[in-house]
Design a protein around this ligand. Sequence first.
Ligand SMILES: [Zn+2]
Length: 249
Amino acid sequence: MKPVDCHCHLDFEQYKDDREKVVERARDNLEFVINAGSNLKHNGKALELQAKYEGFVYANLGLHPTYTEDFDQLEEIKKKIRDEDPIAIGEIGLDHHHVEDDAIRERQEEVFRGMLQLAEELEKPIVVHTRDAEKKSVEIIEEYDIENVMLHCFNGKPDLAKRAAKNGWKIGVTTQVLYSARVQNIVEKLSLESILLETDSPFLYRGERNEPANVKESVEKISEIKDLEETEVHERTTSSAKKFFGLEG
Ligand SMILES: [Zn+2]
């Protein structure tokens, strides 16, 4: 078993010149890659990648909280999710870092709740963005009956991560673990069972363009932090990811 990347954006234009090679490197190093959708257009691209790299790239369909101009796509995206039956709904959530206006934040919460309702109804896992709104996101999700929750790129307080873990949710640990003391501290405090590996490519690689294959560096780092063999780190996180996204067997 190889490691996996549970959250990336290979459909973004940063890969327009060499996407094929990036996927090839990912294939050499990883078991599978999950590509999150951000709006109607990007969901379509995520589905194209899923079809092109069948059994290696899987699409999540969502409506990203910073794509505020696209919030009126909500109903259309919900319909698309019903039609396409993706393995998970994402990327969805709250972002108080980029969105400061109260009225837009309110609309953002409505969109998020719309997606949570759908996830509850369809019994789908969710992949949630929580930037600078970690506590609020957790409180809102707790109102719904959703079993599989991944707090992607989690940068909140360790206590909140523990509360999420206690709910049975997963904390997405990105390649930030290579350089961020905050993320390293969260990894130290959580059990490996609560962690899913991700890159959030093309972001979060010391300012350079990230790519899924870099997950193997996170595995190295986490094995140091937790004093475990690298194989144990990726085998346990990969089997959690398979279970989370319903990709077993
Ligand atoms: Zn993302």
